[in-house]
Design a protein around this ligand. Sequence first.
Ligand code: NIG
Ligand code: FE
Length: 410
Amino acid sequence: MKRTLIRNIGCLQTPTGSYSHKGSKQGANEKYADAAIVIEDGVISQITEGGKLPEGPFDEEIDAEGNLVTPGLVDGHTHLIFGGYRQHEIAMKLAGADYLDILRAGGGILDTVRKTREASVEELYGKAYAFLDEMMGFGVTSCEAKSGYGLDRENELKMLQVIHALDENHPMDVTATFMGAHAVPPEYEGRGDEYIRMCCEELMPEIRERGLAEFCDIFCEDSVFNAGQSRTYLEKAAELGFGLKIHADEIEAIGGSQLAGELEAASAEHLIAIEEEGMDAMAAGGTTAMLLPATSFYLDKTYAPARRMVEKSIPVAIASDFNPGSCPSLNLQFAINLGSLKYKLTPEEVLTAVTINPACACGKGDQTGTLEVGKQADLVIWDAPDFEMVCYRFGSNLAKHVMKKGVMMK
Ligand code: NIG
Ligand code: FE
């Protein structure tokens, strides 16, 4: 057995418990001063505070130098696998086109679909492996990754196989989500219902049988998939045993958040344009709000009503939404800054939103998301004395050391 000691932790800050935190619990963090952590074979076996040193011997001792230690960050929403980039969209945006104009003109997501279909498994794998390294450097120790740039059997399976291989081979834990319903592919133009039927009858059962995804997600949006199509897709996913996610109320509120609550989806994502009824349904259904403030920033939109969601007892999570169109940044620390500045959440609420709440929304709340005895030693030693500093400094990377399952990765 390998025993590791992390000592001289100025402040150990963590939510506790393996459940989604909502209402007043959203901001309930424990803070231990002068703390130490003992790790046995990658799992936390003891936490002490007040300068009390755990008993040795240890195979490895790490000095946190009086800094802040938190759980490793969990990025609960990414489109990690994609061919090419879309920097050429800058010119279209400067000429006045918005996100849905570009998509309706056959660009946007459909442009990335063309490039992803052309890319080999090896290319996609190598590119995403490097992204995961970069994410881990920012303090992320678990993430979610969606398919959705294949939009046919061969290429959706290709994307999911890449995600699966990354989960196996990279230290990052990667949760796989099937998002075949990300856009209507060109082969099905004007036949969205038929495409949804194909996803439900052909793709989902095969993906389920081969164990290639844990969740299903759909883009419920004006000019993409409507609420009726989203219901058909998610009801089928639930019947097959997938967890449910939905891109809802990003640009227009067309019923996605109500549907999420009604179907007790694990999470509804974006929610920039959500209205009161949508929030009531999500609160009733126990659905986590997966908020993506860097997308609001990049699309120059307003920010989801996070404060109101906490008041309404909806568990709030914050993720990057890393993708080549609406958010070409994988820096979750920037989303933390925006969570504080734009959502006006407290530092404690923000920490919960990037640790235990997304962990639970990805089905990993038992293993990660808090620093407690019995959990994986997934943690960050920050170049900061407290989490206020992490919320406040932006544009720098404050993750000094990152540990995944007891192994120092940075
Ligand atoms: O979450 N909104 C839909 N999907 C992504 C964007 C994908 C893309 O533009 O390539 C999102 O923002
Ligand atoms: Fe997304």
